[in-house]
Design a protein around this ligand. Structure first.
Ligand SMILES: CC(C)(COP(=O)(O)OP(=O)(O)OC[C@H]1O[C@@H](n2cnc3c(N)ncnc32)[C@H](O)[C@@H]1OP(=O)(O)O)[C@@H](O)C(=O)NCCC(=O)NCCS
Length: 156
């Protein structure tokens, strides 16, 4: 079952991120330190087995959403949970009138949700992340929304 994350879920989300990202300090800092505007969990039998969050980045006059992290427990991967969480997060961002969502992720995973190379849209990362740096245009997309994105320090 997919639902909005609640304050009580925080410890379980950190634990899930730890196992999904195999102890990555960066992923742990992001879930611990950033205040997401959208945070969704996937629950199975009372346990949180999936999580995704959208956080605002700085980009000149704009504050675009970035999807990070997306975690699915290894025991529950390849069952469509990551896809369901991503699609719902994008739907909520779209509903909120956001022009786009950024991601720094697997270039073979995110294109299925409409993500494309972000630099081609004039969205520059703090450094060259190659094909991992992507964005998805939403209904309110405006090509004027472009610039250099500044990551919060949690991203390292
Ligand atoms: C990546 C991740 C979120 C996918 O979640 P999931 O629920 O297993 O994914 P879904 O069931 O929705 O989709 C399965 C598809 O994802 C692909 N996939 C899974 N992990 C992948 C990876 N690391 N890179 C590229 N594709 C991946 C599978 O090959 C499968 O592809 P197919 O549909 O073409 O067969 C999950 O594997 C995970 O938490 N991984 C560890 C943390 C991580 O890397 N997060 C993403 C950071 S960008």
């Amino acid at each position: 079952m997919l639902r909005s994350a609640q304050p009580d879920d925080h410890a379980a989300i950190v634990a899930l991120t730890d196992v999904a990202f195999e102890g990555s300090e960066e992923a742990l800092r992001v879930v611990r330190e950033l205040e997401p505007e959208i945070s969704l969990v996937y629950e199975d039998g009372g346990a949180i087995v999936g999580h995704v969050m959208l956080t605002r980045m700085e980009m000149g006059d704009h504050r675009p959403f970035q999807l990070s992290p997306l975690s699915v427990a290894p025991s529950h991967q390849n069952r469509g949970i990551g896809s369901e969480l991503t699609r719902e997060a994008l739907r909520l961002a779209d509903e909120a009138g956001e022009p786009l969502v950024l991601v720094l992720g697997h270039p073979t995973y995110y294109p299925r949700f409409g993500f494309e190379p972000a630099t081609a849209l004039g969205l520059e990362a703090p450094r060259d992340f190659g094909a991992a740096w992507m964005a998805v245009k939403l209904a309110a997309y405006d090509p004027a929304v472009r610039g250099r994105v500044v990551f919060p320090p949690a991203f390292g």
